[in-house]
Design a protein around this ligand. Structure first.
Ligand SMILES: [Fe+2]
Length: 304
């Protein structure tokens, strides 16, 4: 498996830059970090309250001729990639190529092309892209690199005073109909561990959840699988493909989420509560119109 140093960033593609930066800053309590200029797009790193080493890159196409050809502006969903900083890129490339050959040994389809990791370069060094899943049918990807980052986000904890009261980033959740094979991919490539599986009756709920945990980073990936054709998860999959449905933040207090969202005229969805191992939990979602497709999930614990 890869030796992951840190989850470096989540890359978000937006249509309008300023409103999204303002939303992250004022509503979510993020800090504006370093500006980014890459071929075909411009952006800024936003620092996340209570979350070490990870930032959210907000990127916008610069509408140059290069960007028109790039996949960035063709994606429907907002989350474009997740950047992982690993220990040794050449070793990882060998590992991934061998693993794909081994995992796909039984593939007999003429149309199927095995994954081939290709190194690319930019101002931060070399990297490669890999889409989650054995069959490369995903609509977001992981950006794997081992160079020196130009910047690392500052770690800050003034979570109660700023915005909605975010304590930390907890997970990103993506949708797929192939959750078993996808968890196998995460386990074998990234060494993630499946820590939770919720598979309710399709009569009661429209999707199942598998939670996988990064071993040395306090972060989770969730795989959401639609359980029926008319569920909203299936509709999301039809519209946006196998891409990130939401990012999840733990907050101090769910009531202040509702109050602050009201001030920003952002509708709070799916507010409900339950009981878990740490006590009572509360959750809700927002789907800010400034960010296409992506939902933001908030949860809080009432510790007993
Ligand atoms: Fe990136």
């Amino acid at each position: 498996m890869f030796e992951i140093n840190r989850i470096d960033h989540i890359g978000l593609i937006v249509d309008e830059f300023e409103p999204v930066v303002k939303l992250f800053e004022l509503l979510l309590g993020f800090r504006v970090g370093s500006p980014l200029v890459r071929s075909g797009y411009i952006g800024v790193d936003m620092e996340i309250p209570g979350t070490k080493g990870i930032s959210i890159e907000i990127l916008k196409s610069d509408k140059s001729p290069i960007s028109k050809k790039s996949s960035l502006i063709n994606k429907k969903a907002a989350i474009h990639h997740v950047g992982l900083h690993i220990k040794n890129l050449p070793l990882a490339i060998n590992f991934v190529n061998e693993l794909y050959m081994e995992a796909l040994e039984d593939e007999r389809s003429d149309q199927f092309v095995p994954f081939e990791a290709k190194l690319r370069s930019d101002s931060e060094g070399q990297f490669f892209h890999i889409a989650p899943g054995w069959k490369y049918d995903s609509d977001f990807y992981y950006e794997i690199f081992d160079g020196a980052s130009l910047h690392l986000p500052n770690y800050f904890l003034d979570n109660v005073a700023r915005g909605i009261g975010i304590k930390k980033l907890n997970a990103w959740a993506h949708v797929s109909n192939d959750d078993v094979s996808l968890s196998d991919w995460y386990e074998r490539l990234f060494g993630l561990e499946t820590v939770y599986y919720w598979n309710p009756s399709p009569v009661d709920y429209g999707f199942s959840v598998r939670t996988l945990k990064f071993l040395e980073n306090e972060m989770n990936v969730e795989i959401l699988k639609p359980l029926k054709a008319d569920s909203y998860m299936q509709k999301f999959l039809d519209e946006f493909g196998c891409s990130v449905h939401h990012i999840s933040f733990e907050v101090e207090n769910i009531d202040s989420v509702s109050q602050i969202c009201d001030q920003f005229r952002i509708e709070v969805l799916g507010l409900h509560s339950g009981v878990g191992e740490k006590g009572k939990w509360h959750e809700c979602f927002i789907a800010p119109p400034q960010i296409r497709g992506l939902l933001i999930h908030f949860f809080s614990w009432e510790i007993q």
